[in-house]
Design a protein around this ligand. Structure first.
Ligand SMILES: Cc1ncc(COP(=O)(O)O)c(C=O)c1O
Length: 461
C-alpha cells in the first residue's frame, strides 16, 4: 500500500484522538511506519527526529530488542491472566516490587491499570474511599488546576482543567474544583516568579476555605504541567503548597504520568521537588510506551487504611497488571537503571539541553525558552519586548509545528507554546540537531507571519 491508500482508509474508518476529524480527512494523516533510536520514518521515507518521545513516553527510545524479547518470552509463557479473584503472576509481582524500590520510601503498594487515565480514575476512587474509611465521608472535594491534564476518561477529564474538554464532556464528575495554574510566563508577568508562585499556592488555601476546610480530600497536580505547555512552577510554589496541604490534612496526589521515569532527571518528578505524595499515578514511560500499562503508587498512609479497614475495593480492570505489559515494563525499568539513563539526564543531558535550548531565546519571535531535565518549551510572541502574543487567528504555534514536521522534527504546539520532550536516550549531537531544526522552523514561522500574503498559507514540505 502507498501513502495515499493508507490515508484513504484512515479517512474512511479511523477517528483519531484529539483531532478535528474532517480537517484531518481533507489534509491526510502522516503515516509513520518505522522507528529507531530517536528517529521516526514515515511512509514517504522521511526521517523525523521525535522530539516528543511519541506522546512523552518512549523514554528508552525506539527499537530496543530487549523489550521485544521480554514481550515474546512472556507471550509464550503466559500471555494473559487477570489479577482478580485472589490470583497473581510473576511479572505483576516483580514489577510491583521494582516500582516500590524506585519510589520514595513511604510508598510500598501499587494498583495496576492500563493507562494514565485509568490510574486517575483509580485515584478518585481511592481518595474518596480513604476518607470514608477514616470516618470523614464529608471530605470528598478534590482540587485540581486549570489547564492541568490528567487524562481523557470522565474522571481524568474532570480532574484535569482543560476548558475545551469540560465544554464537550457534558457535566463533569461532581466534587472537583480547580485553582489557577503556576504559569508565570502566561499569567504572572508583572511580579517576580517567586511572588507569583506563592500567590498560586495561596489560591489553593483560598479554595480550601471556600469549599470548607473539613470537606477537601485531596489536591492533584503534575510536578511540571506537561500537556498544558511544559509549565515549570516557580521554585516557591511546591514548598508553599506542601505547607497548605499539611495545615488542612489534605492528601497530595502527584500525577507522574509524564514526569515519572526520568523526565526531570530523577525517577519521579516528586523527588526533584522534594514532594511526599500520598498517591502517584504513573503510565507512559513505565513501559517506554512499548505496551500500555499504568498504575497508582500508594503511600503507606492510604494503603494501610485501604488494606486494614477497607474490605473489598470494588474497582479494577481486565488488564490490571497484564503479564506481558508488566514483563516489558519491568525490563524497561531494569534497562533504564542498568544504563544509567536517569542519572545521565540529571548530570549531563538536562544541563546540555538547557544550554542549547537557551540559545533560542534570542530569536525574534521567542519570548521565553525554558527547560527542566529533558522537557522544554518556547513561548512564541509577536513582540519580544512587551511579550505580546500573535493574533490567535494566525495560528502561530500550529504553523511552527507543521513547519517542524515538514523539516524533520516533531515539536508539539500548545497554543503558541512549542514543547519538546525527547527520548531520554537522546545524544548530545542529536540535541544539537533538534535545536538547529527548531531554529530553522522558527525562522520560517517568523518569515511567514511577517509577510501578510503568506500568513494563511499551509507550509510546504
Ligand atoms: C499528566 C498526565 N496524566 C494522565 C494522562 C493520561 O494518560 P493516558 O493517555 O495513558 O490515559 C496523561 C496523558 O498525556 C498525562 O500527561
Amino acid at each position: 500500500m502507498q501513502t495515499q491508500d493508507y490515508q484513504a482508509l484512515d479517512r474512511t474508518h479511523h477517528l483519531h484522538p484529539f483531532t478535528d476529524f474532517k480537517a484531518l480527512g481533507e489534509e491526510g494523516s502522516r503515516v509513520v511506519t518505522h522507528a529507531e533510536g530517536v528517529y521516526l520514518r514515515d511512509s514517504e521515507g522521511n526521517r523525523i527526529l521525535d522530539g516528543m518521545a511519541g506522546l512523552w513516553c518512549v523514554n528508552l527510545g525506539y527499537g530496543r530488542r530487549e523489550l521485544v524479547e521480554a514481550a515474546t518470552a512472556q507471550l509464550e509463557q503466559l500471555p494473559y491472566y487477570n489479577t482478580f479473584f485472589k490470583t497473581t503472576h510473576p511479572p505483576a509481582v516483580r514489577l510491583a516490587e521494582k516500582l516500590c524500590k524506585l519510589a520514595p520510601s513511604h510508598i510500598n503498594q501499587v494498583f495496576f491499570t492500563g493507562s494514565g487515565s485509568e490510574a486517575n480514575d483509580t485515584v478518585l476512587r481511592m481518595v474518596r474511599r480513604y476518607w470514608a474509611l477514616k470516618g470523614r465521608p464529608d471530605k470528598q472535594w478534590i482540587i485540581g488546576r486549570e489547564n492541568g491534564y490528567h487524562g481523557s476518561t470522565l474522571a481524568g477529564m474532570s480532574l484535569g482543567g482543560m476548558a475545551p474538554m469540560h465544554a464537550q464532556g457534558g457535566p463533569c464528575v461532581p466534587g472537583i474544583a480547580h485553582i489557577r495554574q503556576p504559569y508565570w510566563f502566561g499569567e504572572g508577568q508583572g511580579m517576580s516568579p517567586e511572588a507569583f508562585g506563592r500567590e498560586c499556592a495561596a489560591a489553593l488555601e483560598a479554595k480550601i476555605l471556600e469549599l470548607g476546610e473539613d470537606r477537601v480530600a485531596a489536591f492533584i497536580a503534575e510536578p511540571v504541567q506537561g500537556a498544558g505547555g511544559a509549565i515549570m512552577p516557580p521554585e516557591s510554589y511546591w514548598p508553599a503548597v506542601k505547607k497548605v496541604l499539611a495545615k488542612y490534612d489534605i492528601l497530595l496526589v502527584v500525577d507522574e504520568v509524564i514526569c515519572g521515569f526520568g523526565r526531570l532527571g530523577e525517577w519521579f518528578g516528586s523527588q526533584h521537588y522534594g514532594l511526599e505524595p500520598d498517591l502517584m499515578p504513573v503510565a507512559k514511560g513505565l513501559s517506554s510506551g512499548y505496551l500500555p500499562i499504568g498504575g497508582v503508587l500508594v503511600g503507606d498512609r492510604v494503603a494501610e487504611t485501604l488494606v486494614e479497614e477497607g474490605g473489598e475495593f470494588f474497582h479494577g480492570f481486565t488488564y490490571s497488571g497484564h503479564p506481558t505489559c508488566a514483563a516489558v515494563a519491568l525490563k524497561n525499568l531494569e534497562l533504564l537503571e542498568a544504563e544509567g539513563v536517569v542519572d545521565r539526564v540529571r548530570e549531563d543531558l538536562g544541563s546540555y539541553l538547557a544550554e542549547r535550548w537557551a540559545s533560542l531565546a534570542d530569536h525574534p519571535i521567542v519570548g521565553e525558552a525554558r527547560s527542566l531535565g529533558l522537557m522544554a518549551a518556547l513561548e512564541l510572541v509577536a513582540d519580544k519586548t512587551t511579550g505580546q502574543r500573535f493574533d490567535k487567528s494566525l495560528g502561530a504555534g500550529n504553523l511552527c509545528r507543521d513547519l517542524c514536521f515538514a523539516s524533520g522534527l516533531v515539536m508539539r504546539s500548545v497554543g503558541d507554546t512549542m514543547i519538546i520532550a525527547p527520548p531520554l536516550v537522546i545524544r548530545r549531537e542529536e540535541i544539537d540537531e533538534l535545536v538547529e531544526l527548531a531554529r530553522r522552523a522558527l525562522d520560517e514561522t517568523a518569515r511567514r507571519l511577517t509577510h501578510a500574503p503568506h500568513m494563511q498559507e499551509e507550509p510546504t514540505a
